[in-house]
Each structure stands twice: as structure tokens, then as C-alpha cells.
Design a protein around this ligand. Sequence first.
Ligand SMILES: Nc1nc2c(ncn2[C@@H]2O[C@H](COP(=O)(O)OP(=O)(O)OP(=O)(O)O)[C@@H](O)[C@H]2O)c(=O)[nH]1
Length: 827
Amino acid sequence: MLPRFFSCTGRSMPLRLASRKVSVALHCCRKTALQYQSYSTTTGTAAFSIPKTRNIGIIAHIDAGKTTTSERMLFYAGVTKRIGDIDDGDTVMDYLQAERERGITINSAAITFAWANHRINLIDTPGHVDFTMEVERAVRVLDGAVTILDGVAGVEAQTETVWKQASRYNIPRIAFVNKLDRTGGAFGRTVQEMWKKLQSRPLVVQLPWYHDDNAELPQNASGGRLKAIVDLVEMNLLTWEDRDGMQLTRTAFTSADDKTYYEEAVRGRTALVETLAELDEEIVDVFFEQADGDHMQVPAQAIKDALRRVTLANKAVPVLCGAAFKNIGVQPLLDAVIDYLPSPLDRPDAIATINNNKTQLIPLKESANLCALAFKVTHDPRRGPLVYVKVYSGKLNHRMTLFNTTTKAKERVNKLLQMYAKDVEEIPMVQAGNIGVIVGLKGTRTGDTLVQSNDTKAIKANLQLDNIDIPSPAFFSAIEPHSVSDEQAVEDALVHLTREDPSLKVWTDEESGQRLISGMGELHLEIVKDRLINDFKCKTDMGKMRISYRETCQGSGIAKAEYDKELMGKRARAKCKVELMALDQDSADDDDDHWTMDTGNRLCIQMDGSSFEDDNDNDHHHHTRSSPSGGSTLKKEDIYQAAHTGLLSGLARGAVLGFPLTKLQVKVTDMELFGPDTTTGAISACVAQGVQDAIQQASPCLLEPMMQVHTEVNEHHIGTVVSDLSGTRRGHVLGMESDASTDPSAVDNGTTQIYAPPDSVMVQGDVAGYVPKHVIKAEVPLSSMLGYSSALRSLTGGSGSFSMRVIGYGEMSKDRERVVVNEMKGW
Ligand SMILES: Nc1nc2c(ncn2[C@@H]2O[C@H](COP(=O)(O)OP(=O)(O)OP(=O)(O)O)[C@@H](O)[C@H]2O)c(=O)[nH]1
């Protein structure tokens, strides 16, 4: 195979070296132990300065090996005394009972440890689609991320989702191709997929070294055995001889070790220097001035510096490899976290909103006022709620009084903690850029902003760090305490759970009086049930998991509503007219009325023939009396607000099954008020009644949540999976994307070439069993996606994977609607 050198057509090529003779003089045949590494530390990480801090997360597809890798990290860092095993259910990171039972990560656990004289705050994140919000919450406080890829499965559907999340927050990343000990493990192919599917620029900094002279080592696809790792930066061979992988030995890698591999390593280093030179000016100077134009002579430190610069600038992603389960590759991964991922000082300032619409930057300064984000709340049976915070500016002291600008409440810090999985250390202070845990906050929830209680400027301006948009929950279920005496305990537990996880919503159904809880997916609610019973020891059941439908109207309706009631001896009166129609392109009239979008509906409140907004600019400041006919003692903005509340409450319960209404255009007109008899309550009730009456006339119907589904399958399974999606599951298949090629040398998009080592060289023979993958893209009703994971497993013999997200609500046939109504009403 010819060496593949790198050109970049379309821009000047910084290094024209394809024809140069590659010098191998730097690393000659001498084989010496260059470095023997084993860092050990326990506590005391608070002493590290901010430039020596790394707030990192591990993001990946479910089962890629996040937990296995983090467990090894903790072991090598000296935090744990033995390696936890997911398969035995005794890991440190997955500490909730539900997590241990299922062998998956549910809550991201933040944990601090020291490595190479640095503090690493590691946040483990879940890979299951139901916990996308959990990943999102973790990702926004990260400064950098390690993406773990399964070297057998490659880049999977959910990897793309979490990758996009990290891209949205511009998080610099390094990648670790794991499970290379397994049959079918293919490093080169995975690197290609990173480029093709994730649109990233992978920079290979290590190669897996397969060798078959040691029967003790695990066997891979074609009989090769993962023996060691070749470090292309240092041109070293990394080996782990002992059972638990504690002892890493680095020796100079030479052609005497293995000629073919050595040649590939030279190609890899050449490609690395070439690509860096394309992305970074400084390395070009080093190349010519210090290395005499020889790729192999470029000092390792210069390559590391350039790798750090391009990673921080999000121009490329260093790619490492190994097999965490076999204790191969984890220490170099930790070194790469320190070398290539940013400290908080390398990150752009955090963004906050002030006065509800202006943007303000929060520079990372210890001398500034405190500004912190509560990114996670957990319930500790002994200590009470633990609030994980990232401090963006200032210093958080123990015993400080805080102000929560989201809940508008004062909060007092009792203690500050640094978490080491289950162990904790009490600390006096958390400085800007660092992560800590507050004990003692009464009402702070995940996503809230905290400032000092004496920072009147921030409090007045309502300073809020950007929060996360929570998509509407897709599933709900009834909570059924065993007896009346169990109700309070269940309520208390629900308060804790919703504080921890804002994507859970609890409410009471007006008609049945039942307590209901909604969440993002089936597993999400199953975990809630588990936690109610096991963690909170509640005596409760949960009803059948149901889908959160929506309602809308197909026609239009006009209703005149009059509210006239006596409440506690006082008359309450109001009149109005409500016009309602389906919201489609035609109904979006362009008159002068002031329309606003709320809950997926277009709303307008017309007051005295002109829109409120038109008058409002003048009235807001002068508090003049209202203009709707009849007059009132109320301020105009209060009347508007009351009518708006009425609109929302009228649209909260549909006529078919009581689900919220969406995709409607609703206008309130002809408001009639009756002096002191008209209260805000009367206005709200009157408008809500008008909306409900209008809905009855407008052919109400159900809408169902629609999912965008990406299913990844091998060629042999395309037919079965497509017919399942479009037939049984009532989906609409939109198209299909295929792996462009399995040939590494073909990775070229016309302007950029990517180095991906040929897997044939890596494993000394063909990579057995690789079948190109195809992504089927479809839109499918959520109700048809229930149990899809196991169905797909049996359709594809376990090789298929999928990701899905809600894209909106779609109409359903009358027959289908009848089935759903009957099912919901228990007929
Ligand atoms: N052969 C092999 N198996 C591995 C390796 N890494 C992880 N595994 C296995 O893969 C499975 C999943 O590993 P986890 O570490 O739980 O994966 P995860 O990404 O944390 O999964 P979630 O927490 O559910 O998202 C377990 O059975 C591990 O033992 C590896 O390097 N080689």
C-alpha cells in the first residue's frame, strides 16, 4: 500500500513534503524504558489553580464504554482501590441502585480527582435517548469532552446526537476509540466515520498495535491481538504488562519492533504534522526552523502544543485508542485530557441575560461578584438536597447567603463539598471556573442561577445564565399511592424529583383528580417509579405509561361568553367574544392586531378595536384606565394579563381527551367590562369559557407526537426494517444514507484528506465481518415506536441502532383516533 500524503487543494499547501525522504534517525533502534508512569492521589485537589483545572465530560452512545473508562480513570488516579465492574454492578460512577441494576448511567455524577498535577472534574453522562436533557445539562457546564466511540459499532446514531449537542456549545473534544480488543474492532474505519458522520476533522495520534505472539492477549477479528498502542506524537510504544494495567511502560518505537507497523506509524506521524500545519501556523515555523523539514524531527512538545491549539479552536479532534475493559489506553487518555482539553480560562465567557432580553458576558474573574449555575440537584437521604454548581465568576464561600434569580428567593449555604463519587470532602470555597456542591439550599432547582444576596445590580437586572429549552414531555403516567396516608410521602418525593429533573412535570387531572407525571420517555418514567419505591421508600404504584397527545381543531368557531357570578358576596362579571380557527398558512392574517405565539398557538387580545400593544406603549407608564367598553377600575395591563391567562387556561384542556390544544389561532374581541364588578378573575374565567365554547364548534381532534427516527442497519436488514417502519409502525420513510466506502484511502471530499490507518495493516489481514451501514431516515408516530429497541434488536440480530427525537405533532386518521379515545377512556 502506498503511503498516503496529505494535500489540501483549494488553499496553499504549507508543507510540500510528499517527495521528501522521511528520516527515521530520531528514534533509532535503541529500546529503552523512557517513562514509567503511575500518578497517585486522593484528596486535596482544591489546591490546584484554575489553569490546572479541567471540567470534562464523557459523551457517547449507550454501551460505548463510558462507565468502564471512567472507572479505570478513577482507579489509575488512585481514587479507588480496585476496578469496579459494570457487569457485576459495583461501579463507583453509576451509584444509584437503578443504574447498577440496569448497567447504564442515569444521573450524571460529578467527581473530582487529580492527574498529573491537575484537577479533573469529571461528569459522566447517560447515553440513552430518554436522558438527552441530562446530557444537555451536563454539556453546558463542560469546558471539554472525551467522546468514546465503540470501535466495533463505529459512530452510532446516538453518538451523532450527543456530538451535535457538544457542537452546539462549541465544546472542544478528544475521541477515544474503545473496545479495539473485540472481534470486528476497526480503528481506521471508526476514524473515517468520525469524519463522514460527525463532520469532524480527526487527527490520529495513536495506533492500536495488534500482535499474535502472546496467547494471553485477547483475540481480535482476524486473529490479531491488541498488544500495545503506538504513540505517534512521541513515537513510543505503550505497553501494559500487569493485570490491572497500572504499570504503563513507554519505549521508543522502532522498525525493529515491527517493520510494517513502523512504516505505518511513520505515515501516521507525517499525516499528523501535515494536517496540523494546515490548521496551525506555528507548527509550520517549527517544521522548517527546528525540524529541518522532517516530519519525524518535529519535537513532540511542538506537536502537542499545536494539537492543543487546534483542539481548543474546535478545528480538529485528536483521536486515541484502546480497550478500557482490558486496561489498555486509559492513562494516555488522561494525559490527553490535560494536554489538549481547555482549562476554564481557555473558554469564552459565559452568557447571561439581563432585564429579560439583553445579553451580558460573565468574565471568569475571581475578584468579580459571584455568578453560578446550579447544573444538577440530587437527593441525599442523609445530607438533603445536594446542588452541583459551576462558578462562572467570583468566589463561592461556605456560609454565604445567595440569591436565586430564577426562583427569586434567598438561599443560605450551609456547607460546600467536593465529590469523590460516594466520598466527599468539605471545602471552604469554590473559585471561578470550578465545580462544587452546596448543601443547605432549600428551593434551588436544576438550571437556576445563583448570585450573592448583596449583589443588588444583578438581582435588579434579573441576571440569568442561559437556561436549557426543555422539549415537551412525550409520556405520562398516573401516580397511585397505596393509601391516603402514603400520599404526603409521595408528594414530598415528587418535589425532590422535579427539583432534580426539570423535564419531569407533575400535575392533577381536573376530571379524575388523579396525580399525573410526565417525562421524556418510557425509561425516564420507569426510573422515576424505581426511585420513588427504592430511593424514597414510597408506597406507590404507577399507572400504565401513556402518550402525551395534543388536540387541535379542524374548523373554526365563534363564541360569545358571559361570566356573571357572585363569589363571597361580591359580584364578578365580564363579557367577551372569542374567535378560534385552525392555525394554517391561510389563517395568518396580516391585520394590525398584535399576535403572539404561545404554547404553539397564535393569540390576540383586542381591546376596544385596537390592539393592546398599540395602546400599551403609552399606557404602561401612565397606568391609565382601560379602554374596553363599559370601563373598569383595573389597569389596562392587568386586563390584558387576565385575558391572556384565560386564553391559556381555555387552551390547556381539549374537548376530546383533555390534552392541551395547539396549532390554533385565537382572538379575543368585544370585551365588555362592568366597573367595579369586573375582576381579573372574572375576565380570565370569561375568556377561558369563550375558548372552550369556540372549541366545541370547531371540530376538535387529536394530534399525536411525531418522531424523527434514524435507524442504522446493515445492508441485509434494510428491507425488513423499512417495511416495519412504513407498514406496522405507520411511518413515512424519507430516505436513506449509506456508508460511502469502506476503503480508507478513499476518504477524500475533494478539498481535504483525512488520515485513517488501513485496518488491514492494523490487524494483519482483513477486518472480518464488517458490513457497510445504512441510515434509514423516517418520521414515525411516537405511539408506534413503543418497544422499538427490542423489536429492532430482533429484526437485525442485535446489529441495528437508532436515535429519535420529537419533531412536532401530526394528524391522525379518524379510525386511529377512535382507537386511542377508547383506549384512554378504558372502553
Ligand atoms: N471487550 C470490551 N468490552 C468493553 C470495553 N469497554 C466496555 N466494555 C463492555 O461494554 C459494556 C458497556 O460498557 P459501559 O462502560 O457500561 O458503557 P456506558 O457507555 O457507560 O453505557 P451507559 O452508561 O449505559 O451509557 C459492558 O459490558 C462493558 O464491560 C472494552 O474495551 N472491551
